[in-house]
Design a binder for this molecule. Structure first.
Ligand code: SF4
Ligand code: SF4
Length: 218
């Protein structure tokens, strides 16, 4: 079997870490996690419906039939550790196995490793994928429609409430949850990316390595 790319290795490690930790968690902590991501999932549902309603036809015509999509390119997206955590939390064991097998058997090519004939293999795809719109799609749908453009801007602001650490955010909190359990991954960008760490430092007024996010049961 060919050697896995670094990207695939990191993805696989993160999935395994999350799966391992979740499998040992008491029900009370699992319930806490599910409760904690509820508002994020509501947000994702609304954005998903918006995308479906206003962009599905355009995307299908422009890209999926011609297979020239600017979305879903190979190793073209950042997946946050929290994306992985949320997806594993929502997936069945079979679905997680499928992701792992896909990473292991990857033969290369131009498309994202997770893209197969029926679409994306993630149950809850990464936030970067959900929020990406190419210029062609934006120009067709948003450029001449103030109402939809403003709705999209609202979604972008709401996205930051979960991912952008100028405040305490879910994506940071989920990294802390796993860091405190002894897991570490290069996908923990809210603890690894110099730019995001600078944003956190501005908020807390000190160098931000591990945030003081409360952990269930502590
Ligand atoms: S957002 Fe743009 S690049 Fe992506 S699938 Fe839609 S039309 Fe294609
Ligand atoms: S994770 Fe899914 S949605 Fe994102 S680029 Fe890959 S196939 Fe596309």
């Amino acid at each position: 079997m060919a050697k896995m790319s670094e990207y695939n290795e990191q993805q696989k490690e993160a999935i395994l870490m999350v799966r391992q930790h979740l499998s040992h968690l008491p029900n009370s902590e699992l319930r806490w996690l599910i409760q904690r991501i509820k508002s994020y999932l509501r947000f994702r549902k609304v954005v998903g419906s918006f995308q479906q309603e206003h962009f599905a036809d355009i995307c299908s015509e422009k890209c999926f039939t011609s297979r020239t999509s600017a979305c879903c390119g190979r190793e073209g997206i950042i997946t946050f550790f929290a994306d992985v955590a949320i997806n594993v939390l929502l997936s069945t064991s079979k679905e997680i196995d499928r992701l792992l097998e896909t990473l292991e058997r990857d033969q290369g090519g131009f498309n994202c490793v997770y893209l197969n004939k029926s679409g994306c293999l993630w149950r809850c795809k990464p936030i970067v994928c959900e929020m990406f719109l190419c210029d062609h799609a934006k120009n067709l749908v948003l450029a001449n429609n103030e109402r939809l453009a403003s709705q999209w801007q609202g979604f972008r602001r709401r996205e930051r409430m979960y991912t952008w650490p100028t405040r305490q955010v879910l994506f940071d909190e989920l990294e802390v949850f796993f860091l405190h359990a002894g897991f570490e991954s290069p996908l923990m960008y809210l603890h690894k990316s110099p730019g995001l760490l600078r944003l956190k430092a501005k908020r807390t007024g000190k160098s931000a390595k591990l945030s003081k996010t409360p952990i269930p049961g502590s």
